[in-house]
Structures are given as structure tokens and as C-alpha cells.
Ligand binder design. Sequence first.
Ligand code: CU
Ligand code: CU
Length: 349
Amino acid sequence: MRSRSYKTITFAALTLSAGFLALTAARRGSASGKRIESVDFGKVVRATSPAFDARLAPVSDAEVKAFRIPITDATIEIAKGVSYRGWTFGGTVPGPVIRVRVGDQVRITVLNQSPIPHSIDFHAARIPANVAYRMIMPNDSISFDFVARDAGAFMVHCGTPPVTMHIMQGMYLPIIVDPRNGWGTTADKEFVLVQSEFYAKPGDSRQLQSAVMAPMQPDWQAAMAKQASHVVFNGRAFQYKDNPLKVDVGDRVRFFVVNAGPSFNSDFHLVGAIFDRVYPDGDPAHALTGVQTYTIPAGGGAVFETVFEQNASGEGLYPFVTHSFADAEKGAVGIIQVGVPKQYAHMEH
Ligand code: CU
Ligand code: CU
């Protein structure tokens, strides 16, 4: 199966559209005829302004997919006007979105460009954890391959102790593994949503005297008490309330939802619609039908589908929430805008 004789040449930079996952693809027919696609997440960074770009491009048909992921510290915005000194994969929280297909060879290289040890744990992989998920020291790197065998929406995260700290600092990303022959339906739009919590407290008080806007810092006590300051989709509180995800009337929409935690469940619900399909773990073999709310455990994922049909869930605004409402109040609310609806001054949720 594997060949070490691949020689790759860069042939194209495919930019699918502004803000979309741009792939720098390197491919060539090798002796085995396998197509290779390489993405350097040090160079291809997902847009986070005005909101983290939740749109997904289709999976490519390259059989070998290689991803280079740098670990860096970064100042991120966890709510409007609230900055936080985080630890990241690829400079954003969540980190880069990876999409592959069942049967693909996935080649991962992670470089630690931060001052402390980290690691990476792929829930989508079947691989000896002590080898692939070992500690990566500052300025060191790790490389490993795995074959994606299981369809789904999976969490990837830093597994360095204390894991709670590394996750609450922002070290997670989603990997989507498409079934070899697709999902069984044709989606008009696809989005990725990663729920997570932050436990933030004001920065150093000496800083506060001079710099009111000093980045927030992690509050370990609050994390151990599970008292989150913010609960968010894709790294920032309420961002899709201000910048709704847009679809058209009649669209079948597929949501890949991953719950990064570190400690809360996500009770995913779409106000004004019913999911005609939910795939727990993201595996179509687990299909549920006619679902109002589905709970995704911390460290889990699921795929949700609904159709925004005329005369049913047609033109209008549809909030998506975690139905654990104390968490929704802290930021885990967004809106799907179907068509161009009349805007009302007040809407619940
Ligand atoms: Cu880490
Ligand atoms: Cu894990």
C-alpha cells in the first residue's frame, strides 16, 4: 500500500473562494498512482473575522493527504472585545479543519513552535498512542501516518497533562472523515461547528493598572469547578448571532458538530427545525431520524442534517444552541439565516 517513492511537485494552489479552505495541493502520479495532497496550516489559515469561517469545501479525491500543523501561542478573541492568550494548533481556535475520506492515508506532521511541551491526539486514528501522541518538546516535531478507517466527525486535541489546561487554552481541531461513498444524501451546504468552554479571568492585576484591555488568562480553579466564563461555537461567544450562517430555502444542510469540552456536554438543537438525520459519532451506520436535540459528549462528535423546506422550516431565522441553557447564555448560540427574511427587533434565544 504505502510507497516511500513519492515525489511531489506543486502544481496548483486551489482557492475555492474567499475564506474557504484553500488547499495548496501537491500531486503527481507516483509508482502506485496515488494522488497526494499537502496542506501547510502554517500558510493556509482559516478566516476568523468577522467570524470563524464555518463553511466546508468538499473532500478531495487524493488518496494520500498530508497536513503540516504548527503549534503556536496566539492572542485570540473569545468574545467581542475580549482577548485571551491561548495555545493553538495553526494560530486559531479551533485549529485548522481537516477533511479526509475513509481509506485515505493521512500523514501528519506537527511542529512545536511554542515554549512548552505539547502533543496531538487524533480520535479518528487507530494507532499506538505512546508513539504517535508522545510529547513534542519546543522546537521539535513529530510525524506519523494512519489510514482513516471510521467515518465521522472527530476531535483532535493536545493530550499533554494537565489535559484540561491544554484544551481550555484552545488546543483542539475537528477532523471530518467522509464515508468512502459519501453520506447518502446530497447536501447543499455544509458547516463545521466545534463547541468548547473557556475559563477566563482578568489578566495580571499589575497590567490592569496600565492596560485595561490586557488579555484574559486561564482560571484553573474555575475549570476544576466547571464554572465556565464562556461557552462557544468555533472559538468565540455569539459570533454567529452577529454573523449568521446563510443558506437558501430548500437547502439540505449538513452540520459536523464536535464537542471539544474540556468538560461540558453539548445538547445540540436547532430552534424551528427537526433533524431528519443524526449520525452519532458521525457514522451513517448509527443513523437516527426525527431528532429534536442530540447530546454530544465532551470528546465526541455527530453529524446532523435538516432541510429548510418552503412551507415548513422555510425563509426565516433559526437559532442553533446547546439546549443546556446556562451554557447557551454564556455564548453557545448562533443563527442560521434561511433566504432573506424580514428582521424583527426581538427574537427569543
Ligand atoms: Cu498542549
Ligand atoms: Cu481525547
